[in-house]
Design a protein around this ligand. Structure first.
Ligand code: NAD
Length: 276
């Protein structure tokens, strides 16, 4: 067997939550470009139809279903339907997530990072906390649960969670609920990996650093923010969708068949510390 064959995902049945934008869309492109059949689940119907039309126009086998990962019923129904359509379920990316609004500091970088009362713990509302936990943590649980039903029975599969470097490094510009949800999603990933290993189902997490996506209203796409971040990132640039495709393909393909329970950071060296 040629080493390149280890990365083959042709014909795979794949589901990506939060697949209409940003990193989820990059995962979908990586898999679809390599011959997988991909279902995008997303709460944003407009973006979902636009991206499905664009990707099918490129000749890829991609479809979309409007799903809010806060609803177990709709997550179950959409993933059951994808598995039935494909006759198999090889890879599920539990990726949908939201920013939690400002943290206790009001900017990402810079000499002036004033305290922000809205993000301070004493003012943190239940509504804000519950929304982030419901999407970024319970959404992962709901997605992984239905994926496991199919993959365990099939005796194979890949569940890939999008965590964040915020799962182990505090980021004061993002609210506390985000840190808690991401850290918990990683330990959930560890537990699921342990439980499902005997069924040849692997469970891993991708921990992105700072990527230019639409999260938080698209602040990471601002050239000013990117230039400021580039100063503190050791590689002196933010991440883009194409940067994450290789890791997504590795974790989704036979190349990673003996890797489970791992969180892999992809952050241009951000979490190593300050360089020059
Ligand atoms: P994005 O906003 O570009 O994409 C997220 C997608 O998830 C959107 O299409 C959105 O509509 C969808 N979504 C949001 N809530 C949903 C819900 N309740 N149900 C279904 N879909 C929903 O953002 P992104 O940066 O690509 O975020 C993807 C994941 O990556 C998130 O889990 C995020 O926390 C994580 N992440 C992003 C960064 C970054 O720098 N962009 C860094 C670390 C982790």
């Amino acid at each position: 067997m040629k080493i390149a064959d280890l990365f083959k995902v042709e014909g795979y049945g794949v589901v990506v939550t939060g697949g209409a934008s940003g990193l989820g869309l990059a995962y979908a492109e990586a898999l679809a470009e390599n011959g997988a059949r991909v279902t995008l689940l997303d709460v944003d119907g407009e973006r979902l139809s636009a991206e499905c039309a664009r990707l099918t126009g490129l000749g890829y086998d991609v479809s979309g279903t409007i799903v809010d990962v806060r609803s177990s019923t709709s997550v179950d129904a959409a993933i059951d339907a994808a598995a039935a359509r494909y006759g198999r379920l090889d890879v599920v990316f539990a990726n949908a997530g939201v920013d939690s609004g400002p943290g206790f500091l009001s900017s990402w970088v810079g000499d002036q990072r004033p305290r922000n009362p809205d993000g301070a713990i004493e003012n943190y509302t239940d509504e804000r906390w519950n929304r982030v936990i419901d999407i970024n943590l319970s959404g992962v649980f709901r997605t992984a649960r239905v994926a496991a039903r199919h993959m365990k029975a099939q005796g194979s599969g890949r569940i890939i969670i999008t965590s964040s470097v915020a799962s182990f490094q505090c980021e004061p510009a993002i609210g506390s609920a985000y840190m808690a949800a991401k850290a918990a999603s990683v330990h959930l990933m560890h537990m699921l990996a342990l439980e499902l290993a005997a069924y040849q189902v692997t469970v891993n997490a991708i921990a992105p650093g700072f990527f230019a996506t639409n999260i938080g209203g698209g602040h990471a796409k601002s050239p000013v923010v990117q230039a400021a971040m580039a100063k503190v990132l050791p590689m002196h640039r933010v991440g883009f969708g194409d940067d994450i495709k290789g890791l997504a393909l590795f974790l989704a393909s036979p190349a990673s068949s003996y890797v489970t329970g791992q969180e892999i950071a992809i952050d241009g060296g951000w979490t190593l510390g300050a360089a020059d």
